[in-house]
Design a protein around this ligand. Structure first.
Ligand code: ATP
Ligand code: MG
Length: 446
């Protein structure tokens, strides 16, 4: 079940919507005057009228990134209508006529093709070893899941130009650039656009664009979808999926049962990146994004060395979430990302940065000397009485001073804390995000 934001439910009552049922023999449009009264069974009956020969038990719709979401109950139907009403509102604001809500009926499986023995195909990526300086191999290519047809579709539809973007509001500002909520007129979707000023040569611009190409191929529910990037004068704009819950750094203390589900998504996202031989290099709460559907996704990972170097030339400082070996300027690999997971989740659980002597007033970049305590001192430990033993153990393992003593990717997935919360329950995160957003709106008097 998904928790639906009250605001969007209110919007549902205001106007009629058109539902387009996509069937093998053509499309069938129906107008629904009062979408908030629509229920799952009524819609199923309407679908069965149009497709009497099929045993339809559910249907799907497409979200903003083209992923199919299945609807099997009244609650899931409400979440779909709420999502569609928000999309319709965005299209209107941008002077567009709303597209109908497209649904794709799904026929039930006949007993003959049901997997009665519950056999599973293991789709987990190969445990990646230290990948700091290695070259992608053939296993890597296998895990780049998008087919070439799909990739072509993305490359042809996904190319975004500056003139097709309507900037809406500023979402935040980091050390490198500013992030805006924007609307892409051609793609008819809301985007997050990160604009970074860079004074570099055209040659370097080209190198960055080619280094960013790999982002088109990243396909994981735990990684933010990339739609395109372009340079205008001395600024690069990077367009990605918009997450309506924002980043975790602005949430207060997060309860353990929510944090557990978030940790599962973060570990899965990192495992995916590592399987592609990509180190994240900037794991921290502001690079973990959430939405009201309960999804958690990683952003801002370092695929472009040139981009990272160009930003670093302008913004001097060391990141407070970096592992001791990185602060000391030593070689580092996957284990450094694992340390950053530990320190990030410790901060999210405590509601404060775990080293009290380090005050992060403006962002996470600090003078190197201030971070020396991370190299010199024993790592902090979560107070046992306030958190479960599994959670305390998870953080302690991730924050071992010796990189090799920290869990390897497969050990992370198999950690009892991750196993405990790996139940696919997006509702917990969804409800928590919606509640926090409602509280924030109430505080701002909206
Ligand atoms: P730094 O520059 O040090 O990495 P940062 O991660 O806070 O810090 P940005 O990456 O520029 O800085 O992001 C600024 C803010 O914009 C984030 O904190 C987040 O709240 C918001 N933001 C970024 N990407 C998205 C997105 N895809 N959807 C919604 N909000 C986003
Ligand atoms: Mg960021």
């Amino acid at each position: 079940m998904l928790f639906v934001s009250l605001n969007s439910l209110r919007d549902m009552d205001t106007e009629a919507i058109v539902i387009r049922i996509k069937t093998p023999s053509g499309d069938m449009d129906s107008s629904v005057d009062c979408p908030s009264l629509l229920n799952f069974n009524d819609l199923l009956v309407a679908i069965r009228d149009v497709m009497p020969e099929a045993t339809v038990t559910a249907f799907e719709y497409e979200d903003e990134v083209g992923d199919r979401i299945t609807v099997r109950s009244d609650d899931e139907l409400k979440a779909m209508v709420s999502y569609y009403c928000n999309t319709m509102k965005d299209q209107r604001i941008n002077g567009l006529l709303p597209d109908p809500l497209q649904i794709f009926p799904r026929a039930g499986k006949t007993p003959g093709i049901r997997n009665i023995h519950g056999l599973k195909v293991n789709t987990r990526p190969n445990p990646a070893n230290d990948c700091a300086h290695t070259v992608p191999d053939s296993t890597t290519n296998n895990s780049l899941k998008k087919s070439s047809a799909e990739l072509k579709r993305i490359l042809s539809n996904g190319q975004i130009n500056a003139q097709d973007i309507h900037y809406q509001e500023q979402l935040g500002q980091g050390n490198g650039g500013t992030v805006y909520k924007a609307y892409h007129l051609l793609g008819r979707r809301v985007l997050a656009v990160k604009v970074i000023p860079l004074d570099i040569t055209v040659e370097l611009q080209k190198q960055i664009m080619s280094e960013l190409e790999i982002l088109y191929k990243c396909d994981s529910p735990y990684i933010i979808t990339f739609f395109g990037a372009f340079f205008v004068e001395n600024r690069i704009s990077i367009c990605t999926e918009f997450m309506d819950g924002g980043s975790l750094d602005v949430f207060k203390k997060i309860p353990e049962h929510v944090l557990g589900r978030i940790a599962v998504a973060v570990v899965k996202g990192l495992t995916y990146l590592w399987s592609l031989k990509i180190l994240h290099r900037d794991v921290k709460p502001s690079n973990m994004l959430v939405n009201t559907r309960g999804q958690v996704k990683l952003c801002d990972f370092g695929v472009s060395t040139q981009l990272v170097n160009s930003i670093a030339k302008t913004y001097v400082g060391t990141n407070a979430y970096m592992a001791p070996e990185r602060i000391s300027g030593e070689q580092y690999g996957i284990h450094a990302d694992v340390w950053s997971v530990g320190i990030s989740f410790m901060e999210l659980a405590l509601g404060m940065f775990p080293y009290p002597q380090i005050q992060k007033n403006q962002g996470s970049l600090m003078p190197l000397q201030l971070l020396q305590c991370i190299v010199d001192e024993d790592p902090p430990v979560l107070p046992v009485g306030q958190f479960s033993e599994k959670f305390v153990h998870f953080i302690t393992q991730c924050m071992r001073r010796q990189p090799k003593e920290r869990p390897a990717p497969n050990n992370l997935m198999d950690h009892p804390f991750i196993i405990q919360f790996n139940d696919g329950n997006a509702e917990v995160v969804s409800m928590w995000v919606c509640r926090c957003l409602e509280e924030r709106r109430a505080q701002q008097g909206l």
